[in-house]
Design a protein around this ligand. Structure first.
Ligand code: NCD
Length: 284
């Protein structure tokens, strides 16, 4: 794989090999990327994604050029996105790109001489978050990511992590999706084979192995306010898990954080484990 633009670029063999390696390595430091340089190019805010790439690269012995504030880069002088990518590909071994436009990572790949890793493009995809989400499921539900009752709730229209996750889980056998959102924030891509759309989460809480919660993407024009109560979350089966790509606004009460079903901080821990393995596979 040269570039990682979409979940479609991730074969199951690649994912399983990455997850097995991440399970073995568990985030430990090594020097496999000593002397290598990663550019983090973020045109949208980020805490977890940019920091976990930074952590993953550092723990692999490499270094990072962090461009998290494009308003202080030559972008502010009117430089084109393509010229910025071409420039950074002359001085680094891979570029992580987050951008508000759908297809930005593809545009970057068209001019880059080094691997482009899509860290979120508009409301389209976020494949590295899906590597982490898949690994969380692999760890806490089942290793073949199949036979799951998956309830996705929140801004399904503009949440890119949802779209990438649905793409991945649709590959495996017998997964069913409960899609919970208000009418105006329904999933905008084609529905998975086995799916049920509703505006009422209470209908499906008991029919859930994985509850995947997302925030409302107000920067993409989505308007809605919702939060799950502790009582609702306690309706979930004992063996289910609750995930959230974060940031959370008020979707999940902090009191739920100590519940053993809450796996969203594990996702963050796993993000470094997985991105470390990804960088080691992608950077030559
Ligand atoms: C997500 C994103 O940027 O798409 N965050 C993340 O990378 N973990 C989710 C979000 O912003 O709501």
């Amino acid at each position: 794989m040269l570039h990682l633009l979409s979940v479609n670029d991730l074969t199951n063999d690649f994912l399983y090999s990455l997850w097995r390696d991440a399970s073995k390595n568990k985030g430990k430091s090594n020097n496999l990327l000593k002397g290598k340089v990663l550019t983090n190019l973020f045109y949208e805010p980020s805490t977890r994604t940019s920091s976990s790439f930074y952590s993953a690269m550092s723990r692999s012995g490499g270094s990072v050029i962090p461009i998290n504030n494009v308003q202080f880069s030559s972008v502010a002088k009117g430089e084109s996105f393509e010229d910025t990518i071409t420039t950074m590909s002359q001085m680094s071994d891979a570029i992580v790109v987050r951008h508000s436009e759908n297809g930005a990572a593809e545009r970057a790949a068209a001019v880059s001489s080094v691997p482009i890793i899509n860290a979120g493009d508009g409301n389209s995809e976020h494949p590295t978050q899906t590597i982490i989400d898949g690994f969380t499921i692999y760890n806490f539900l089942n290793k073949d990511l199949s036979n799951l009752r998956v309830t996705l709730v929140g801004d399904l229209k503009n949440g890119r992590t949802v779209k990438s996750l649905v793409k991945l889980l649709s590959r495996f056998d017998n997964n069913h999706f409960n899609l919970v959102s208000p009418e105006h924030l329904k999933l905008s891509t084609s529905l998975p084979k086995s799916s049920y759309e509703t505006t009422d989460i209470n209908e499906v809480l008991k029919d859930t192995d994985l509850l995947y919660v997302t925030r409302v993407q107000k920067e993409r024009g989505s308007v809605h306010d919702y939060s799950l109560s502790l009582n609702q979350l306690n309706e979930l089966p004992k063996k289910s898990i609750v995930m959230h790509p974060f940031p959370r606004v008020n979707e999940i009460p902090v009191e739920f954080d100590k519940d053993k079903r809450a796996k969203y901080f594990e996702q963050i821990r796993f993000s470094v484990w997985c991105r470390q393995m990804l960088l080691q596979k992608v950077i030559k």
